[in-house]
Design a protein. Structure first.
Length: 417
């Protein structure tokens, strides 16, 4: 029988291994008197004198209980050379104690358990309007709370990181304005920027709304935390594209209203259709997979490669800087989406079904994303090369997750400069 005792108001608890379930009060008292914390004094149970022959169980002391005792009389000096034994094999006890749980990181500590569940304070176990329900996505997970975003960002670290990024971008915009850089770029490049850059704010605004929906309905605060920062990032990106259009509009005509191009320009219609159809998807798990692994990587890689290569040739150093700042955020999004894919694809109970769903989505959406990106590129060599690399990345990611998309083969499209 293992019990714990401490001298009331003086010492920390100590473990004592007694003879068995019939151990008596007297046996416990003798053990306690023999240890250093009692200091050789008389010991009795807190609450009064109890018959030493009484069984501990009869006075309410059971296995693992903590028993308070009091020590009276003068403390005695310890006897030299005498070792006191409380009857406990410490090594055996250590073997029985489960390992301490891993200490949470600050990211984990502030991100966990932000969403609550039953019992609710209204309507018992089922509120009239459920927020987080398993049927909000066809994907299933044995435990959604095992997800961790690879970037490990939370509010403090996210805002600190993005503040630095914004200061750098603002410096680039100021330098371009002060140096009159955009007024000197090649006229052909101005035409490209006029038809593309302002309209890019619309797909990123669409992605912002998609991530907002995922944040609202995701089935753990770990996932919602990641998608919430994606939402803020996409709002930032939409505004950066708009700022870039405004900067060009300060020195060139035709940058006042990009909506007309977004609605009518043939090169943008595949992208517009794709984003509008994604916005109509109410399955938040599907939205996370499609936006982070298919649609955004394909579109962004193509348009950034095209804008960056042409801007450098045309004497525009601002646009590549803006594209790079946006791309750093997008890379985090893709890593987080890839981690989400691994979670659902490798789930022991639901992995097979989840992989089938993902394969079906990729077969449906990837060819259309490739077509939309190809229209955006209009044969640009750098854009089409980036498209091939992105498709290879998607194929490798799906293979790692065990998602079989037999009809998927990276597309190679002839390109012109």
């Amino acid at each position: 029988m293992l019990v714990y005792t401490r001298v009331f108001g003086e010492s920390a608890p100590q473990a004592f291994l007694l003879s068995g379930p019939d151990a008596t009060v007297g046996e416990l008292i003798e053990h306690v008197r023999s240890v250093r914390s009692a200091k050789g004094r008389e010991v009795s149970l807190l609450g009064g004198v109890v018959d030493p022959s009484a069984r501990l169980a009869d006075v309410g002391v059971h296995e693992g209980d903590l028993v308070e005792v009091i020590a009276s009389g003068e403390a005695q000096p310890p006897q030299q050379g005498v070792a006191h034994d409380n009857g406990v094999d410490l090594e055996a006890l250590k073997a029985q104690v489960p390992p301490a749980p891993k200490r949470l990181t600050e990211y984990e500590d502030v991100t966990q358990l932000l969403q609550w569940g039953a019992p609710y304070h209204i309507n018992g176990d089922r509120p009239s309007h459920q927020v987080w329900t398993s049927d909000s996505t066809v994907l299933r997970a044995s435990d959604w709370a095992t997800y961790r975003s690879p970037d490990k960002l939370y509010y403090r670290t996210y805002t600190g990181r993005q503040a630095k990024a914004e200061r750098a971008v603002s410096t680039a915009f100021k330098f371009a304005a002060d140096s009159g850089q955009l007024a000197q770029v090649d006229p052909e490049h101005v035409d490209l920027m006029r038809s593309v850059v302002g309209a890019l704010q619309y797909p990123d605004w669409g992605l912002c709304v998609v991530h907002q929906h995922a944040t609202r309905f995701a089935l753990s605060s770990w996932i919602a935390g990641a998608t919430e920062f994606m939402m803020f990032d996409e709002l930032r990106h939409a505004q950066l594209y708009a700022r870039l259009g405004l900067a060009y509009g300060e020195v060139h005509e035709g940058f006042d209203d990009p909506r007309q191009g977004w609605m009518d320009d043939e090169r943008l219609q595949g992208t517009r259709r794709l984003i509008e159809e994604l916005l109509a998807e109410l399955d938040w798990g599907k939205a996370v997979v499609l936006s982070g692994i298919v649609i955004e990587p394909v579109l962004t890689s193509v348009v950034h490669a095209m804008l960056t290569s042409r801007s450098i040739r045309a004497g525009d150093a601002l646009t590549p800087f803006v594209c790079q700042s946006i791309a750093e955020d997008k890379a985090r999004h893709r890593d987080s989406a890839a981690e989400f894919l691994q979670l659902v694809a490798t789930d022991r109970a639901h992995g097979d079904s989840n992989r089938e769903h993902v394969a079906e989505w990729v077969r449906d959406w990837l060819p259309r994303a490739v077509d939309a990106a190809t229209s955006l590129a209009e044969g640009d060599a750098a854009g089409m090369e980036a498209l091939g690399r992105t498709q290879e990345w998607i194929a490798e990611l799906l293979q790692t997750a065990g998602v079989s998309v037999q009809s998927f083969t990276p597309t190679t499209v002839g390109a012109s400069s």
